[in-house]
Design a protein around this ligand. Structure first.
Ligand SMILES: Cc1cc2nc3c(=O)[nH]c(=O)nc-3n(C[C@H](O)[C@H](O)[C@H](O)COP(=O)(O)OP(=O)(O)OC[C@H]3O[C@@H](n4cnc5c(N)ncnc54)[C@H](O)[C@@H]3O)c2cc1C
Length: 344
């Protein structure tokens, strides 16, 4: 198919929203808000993943206004369901000639949509963004976890994996039940310990800086070391631009951002180099899950070891910080770390 989209050598930017409120309620630096704002204010459409509080799944939806877009914000650590979104997006574009669309999904989902858009000859009307990904846990595991919480405590009315009350580098993960916060750090620990991801995630071909979407967004981890004078403790997005249209799109949103030009060395992180490695405990985890259920595996694989807890208590009493429980793949080549798991 003939298209005006051309691959370019990857360009890299660090950036974040100028608007502090929107920065604070975004997972990283608010790249998704800047991008989706641009489409919505011009009467165009956005496709992104929204959490459904009735069936506890994350589903792709067509988004046409900012209220609905707010519901798409936030990283949901479970595999999302595209459902019939490709066909729905196509139909919308056919019914709205002259309009454009932004599609935002994980690497595998966005590349699938790119191929679909080429086959359907709509590539020039869609802007395709993918998200850097550690891997997606089984959606069934999260659903059972959420159902177990609800059985014990009541209906979940709010979910966040990356609340920034302790800063972007130490996200807090919780659900709200009966107006009260309940930590879900056991689930987050299981997410990071590489047992529960989909089998295909361990062989992900999108764990690279070279992709065929227009743009990749994610966290600009370690920016405090690589571009210290640009670091903001409230969040920093990474933008990888892959096509001429991605570059055009980044120019359109620049006025909403503070940004810096960067490079692939400064933005290095594990999941831009290789897929997450399968845990040696994966088989044992799923056997335990099948035999003993969700509460058992959360307790066995999702709790902080007693030794670490005691050490942390002692460190606190002595006036020091806490010992970090850092997942293997978040350790940088230089040995630097970020403490997402500890604070979750
Ligand atoms: C499972 C998962 C693993 C991730 N792993 C990494 C990582 O290893 N390194 C890294 O740099 N960044 C990772 N991220 C991305 C990061 O957490 C942010 O989502 C991303 O930087 C966008 O932040 P924001 O501030 O622009 O967006 P926000 O305004 O917070 O919006 C989040 C965006 O993510 C989409 N989204 C959220 N959950 C899902 C889902 N389950 N499926 C599809 N789309 C979803 C939303 O639709 C929205 O477009 C991961 C995200 C997820 C969901």
């Amino acid at each position: 198919m003939k298209t005006n989209v051309e691959l370019i050598s990857t360009r890299v930017y660090a950036g974040r929203l100028k608007d502090r409120e929107n920065l604070n309620n975004s997972s990283s630096g608010g790249a998704f808000t800047a991008l989706s704002d641009f489409f919505l204010k011009n009467g165009n459409a956005v496709v992104a993943a929204i959490y459904n509080y009735e069936n506890h799944t994350t589903e792709f939806q067509m988004i046409l206004d900012k209220d609905q877009r707010e519901r798409a914000k936030g990283s949901k650590y479970m595999q999302s369901k595209p459902g019939g979104i490709f066909r729905e997006a196509y139909r919308w574009l056919m019914d709205n000639s002259g309009k454009k669309m932004l599609f935002v999904g994980m690497g595998c989902q966005s590349d699938g949509f790119r191929k679909f858009s080429e086959i359907k000859e709509i590539r020039d009307r869609v802007y395709i963004v993918d998200i850097i990904c550690h891997g997606s846990p089984s959606p069934k595991l999260w659903r059972e976890y959420a159902e177990s919480v609800q059985k014990k405590d009541g209906k979940i009315t709010f979910l966040t994996f990356k609340d920034k009350r302790n800063g972007w580098k130490s996200p807090t993960a919780y659900v709200k039940v009966n107006g009260e916060e309940k930590s879900i750090k056991d689930y987050v620990k299981v997410f990071y310990n590489r047992c529960a991801l989909r089998p295909s995630c361990y062989e992900c071909p999108y764990a690279t800086t070279e992709r065929k979407t227009d743009m990749t967004i994610g966290d600009f981890w370690h920016i405090e070391e690589t571009i210290p004078d640009f670091y903001d403790s409230n969040g920093n997005s990474l933008f990888l631009i892959h096509t001429n249209r991605g570059e055009e799109l980044f120019e359109k949103i620049q006025s909403e951002l503070d940004y810096r030009s960067s490079n692939t060395t400064q933005c290095w992180q594990a999941n831009l180099e290789a897929p997450t490695q399968k845990s040696e405990q994966r088989e044992e985890f799923w056997n335990d899950y099948k035999k003993k259920g969700i509460d058992f595996v959360m307790k066995k694989y999702g709790s902080v070891p007693v030794k670490t807890k005691i050490k942390n208590k002692l460190l606190k009493i002595m006036g020091g910080g806490t010992q970090k429980v850092v997942p293997i793949m978040l350790i940088t080549p230089k040995g630097g770390q970020h403490n997402e798991l500890e604070a979750a």
